[in-house]
Design a protein. Structure first.
Length: 277
């Protein structure tokens, strides 16, 4: 198939592009930065320098490539600018979906997040409601609603991404906070997924039916469980315990993804954190 990867140089995109090429697909990948085009070409994909917030440019690029599937892996978190990331989810996704429909593209696979479910103790499944009180809700809801307009729109609700190049890498933003002692042990829930497994899910999802799918590992954990392991892997001191902290978030189930044939290559963050460099 001909695949158009929007966000080919991000954490997931740069892992996904070579996997798509190896699987025999013809791949075009976008980047906002011209200096990153050679890296896409080195992965045997066609680089497309594109600002997805420019609707005319997106329409022209999609019309020129005429892909079978668009894979939307766009984020804007390099400066921890959450408002910019929300705007990208709203306007960038809108531009991609409009361009796809105009060009007759039949399918889209898009990155979303798995930590927006209403709080609870039972592992969340895809039919459970999202929490509109959480700050990312507006952008995520707009993204998922737009992707649902596609003839076949698959939404990958990723857990917290970790691995090289992520915030949880040894040189990432979360590691910096741990070393600074600014994170504490709490009962808040997190469901992780290694970035390699996130890319593998995007490849698998080319053939999945429409709808949202949680992409998380097999072991949801509270911060009180995972943070000591993570801190030890970094060689950082044991974090303090937050007194009277309320339980927030919710564990997330990957049963639907597993039923579709995906399974995490790194089934637990415990093994993944142990391999940090």
């Amino acid at each position: 198939m001909k695949i158009f990867v929007a966000g080919a140089t991000g954490v997931v995109g740069r892992r996904l592009v070579p996997s798509l090429v190896q699987a025999g697909h013809e791949v075009a990948g976008t980047t906002r930065r011209p200096e990153r085009a050679d890296g896409i070409a080195a992965q045997h994909a066609t680089p497309v320098v594109l600002d997805v917030l420019d609707a005319d440019a997106v329409h022209a690029a999609v019309a020129a490539e005429r892909p079978d599937v668009i894979v939307h892996q766009l984020t804007d978190l390099s400066a921890e600018d959450f408002e910019a990331n929300s705007h990208l989810r709203v306007a960038g996704t809108r531009n991609l979906v409009d361009a796809a429909l105009a060009a007759g593209v039949q399918a889209m696979v898009a990155q979303s997040i798995a930590w927006l479910y209403l709080p609870g103790e039972r592992p969340a499944v895809e039919t459970d409601p999202l929490d509109p009180a959480l700050p990312p809700y507006r952008g995520v809801a707009a993204l998922e609603e737009a992707v649902a307009e596609m003839p076949r729109g698959v939404v990958l609700r990723y857990g917290a991404l970790y691995g090289p190049g992520t915030w949880y890498a040894a040189d990432g933003a979360i590691a910096e906070r741990v070393r600074a002692g600014s994170l504490a042990l709490t009962p808040a829930w997190t469901s992780f997924v290694h970035a390699d497994d996130a890319a593998a899910a995007a490849l698998a999802a080319l053939d999945w039916p429409a709808g949202p799918v949680n992409i998380v590992d097999d072991e949801p954990a509270t911060t009180a469980d995972w943070l000591p392991v993570y801190s030890a892997a970094l060689g950082a001191p044991m974090p303090p315990t937050a007194r009277h902290a309320a339980a927030t978030g919710r564990p997330v189930s990957n049963a639907k993804a597993v039923g579709l044939g995906w399974k995490p290559g790194v089934p637990s963050w415990r093994a993944g954190f142990a391999e940090m460099e």
